[in-house]
Ligand binder design. Structure first.
Ligand SMILES: Nc1nc2c([nH]c(=O)n2[C@H]2C[C@H](O)[C@@H](COP(=O)(O)OP(=O)(O)OP(=O)(O)O)O2)c(=O)[nH]1
Ligand SMILES: [Mg+2]
Length: 153
């Protein structure tokens, strides 16, 4: 049985990636029983024995065909979804990374799960709507996935 369908249900670990290019992030419109039609980051379930960095690289490649580098941990959030058939609970690990090849464009490798990928500026006017709940809450909290500029002395 799929772990998410366990009875009683258990929290699962997801790893998702802010893939950064210039001042944009990569988002795709979800096709899924929860968060359907909302814009979300590439990512998925942490597999047994995997590091966060390995999971990030694997999920981005599976979903977009792109290889990533400079993968770093940003933050973790706790997310309960009640919009689908069954409630789901994820501890979501947010990473950031850059494309290995900045000139490469993402491909929609899993068209059943995503309508397609695009680069969006990380500011309220630049982001598509609706955003996936966990992402929406991060925007609302003022979270910035970009590296801060080194202090000028
Ligand atoms: N893809 C994605 N998942 C997110 C985000 N925020 C967040 O909390 N999650 C959580 C809820 C998702 O159900 C969970 C797993 O990601 P997913 O739904 O894309 O799973 P998937 O089909 O790619 O998983 P997999 O079987 O390929 O491992 O991660 C996000 O921005 N993007
Ligand atoms: Mg996914």
């Amino acid at each position: 049985m799929e772990q998410g369908g366990r009875d009683p249900p258990v929290p699962r670990v997801a790893v998702v990636v802010f893939l950064l290019k210039g001042n944009t992030v990569l988002l795709g419109r979800r096709r899924n029983s929860h968060g359907d039609s909302t814009y979300a980051l590439p990512g998925g379930h942490l597999e047994f024995g995997e590091s966060f960095e390995e999971c990030a690289g694997r999920e981005v490649e599976e979903e977009t065909g792109m290889k990533i580098e400079g993968t770093e941990l940003l933050t973790v959030t706790n997310n309960v979804f009640r919009d689908g058939e069954k409630p789901l609970h994820y501890v979501t690990v947010f990473m950031r990374a850059r494309p290995e090849d900045e000139g490469e464009e993402p491909r929609n490798m899993e068209p059943g799960k995503c309508d397609g990928w695009g680069w969006y500026e990380w500011k309220e006017e630049g982001l598509p709507t609706p955003l996936f709940g966990p992402l929406e809450r991060m925007v609302a909290s003022g979270f910035n996935p970009f590296p801060t500029q080194p202090q000028q002395h």
